[in-house]
Design a binder for this molecule. Structure first.
Ligand code: SAM
Length: 216
């Protein structure tokens, strides 16, 4: 079973009220290992850059090269893709990019205190087009709740997808939230085609900005 299936299967089991002790032990062991790995990273005092579902790391490696003063972290469920991403930044001699195997909500929950992100990038997340699978989409209201305490005031969210209904849904979710706004300036700091972007006939992009708590 790949990591995604393990996480999803576990979540489903818990959702059904089947609290399999072995499963719970495995989850706790995985989360403890993640907690330790995240605690060992050289987090800077300033806000970092996070890419969720970074795949082979094309975008984040280019981003880290373009912004050498920014600490960049990419996460993905698929370890094989992350290995390729690591090889890419190593070959480029980049010291400001790391890649961690993690599921997004577990990652956000297990970060050390004080870690904040100034840029959060999500490129071509799995669209889960069937209605009964929409619950598996990454950018759902619960994700924005998990992210709330980790996105710094003024943080940018950069989202891109080739699936227009998913794009519309995310825009709607953001428009309904008091803690994010969609600014008129929709420019991105960097363009770099990803593996999935190269396959997509067209795509839709969105930039949102985290508001200050006083405005929420
Ligand atoms: C369609 S691929 C896009 C990869 C890359 N961003 C690109 O544009 O080429 C989606 C990626 O998100 C990862 N992913 C899916 N759900 C995730 C989650 N909950 N947490 C972390 N990564 C996730 C998948 O493993 C996969 O590599």
């Amino acid at each position: 079973m790949v990591e995604r299936e393990r996480v999803m299967a576990g979540a489903a089991a818990c959702g059904a009220g089947e609290w399999d002790p072995e499963f719970l032990q495995r989850v706790e062991a995985r989360r403890e290992a993640l907690r330790q790995e995240l605690a060992s990273l050289p987090w800077p005092p300033e806000a970092a850059v996070l890419e969720i579902g970074c795949g082979h790391g094309h975008y984040l490696a280019a981003f880290a090269a373009a912004f050498p003063g920014q600490f960049c972290i990419g996460i993905d469920l698929q370890r094989g893709r992350l290995e390729k991403a690591r090889r890419k930044v190593k070959a480029a001699g980049l010291k400001n990019a790391v890649f961690v195997a993690a599921e997004a909500s577990e990652f956000l929950a297990e970060l050390p205190d004080g870690v904040r992100f100034g840029r959060v990038i999500v490129l071509f997340p799995d669209p889960w087009p069937k209605r009964r699978h929409h619950k598996n989409r990454l950018l759902r209201p619960s994700f924005f709740n998990d992210l709330a305490g980790r996105a710094a005031t003024g943080a940018d969210l950069f989202f891109r997808t080739d699936h227009q209904p998913y794009f519309n849904e995310v825009a709607e979710v953001l428009a309904g939230r008091a803690d994010w706004e969609i600014p008129a300036d929709q420019s991105w700091p960097l363009e770099r085609e990803t593996v999935f972007q190269a396959k997509a006939p067209r795509h839709y992009s969105l930039r949102a900005v985290k508001k200050s708590p006083s405005k929420t």
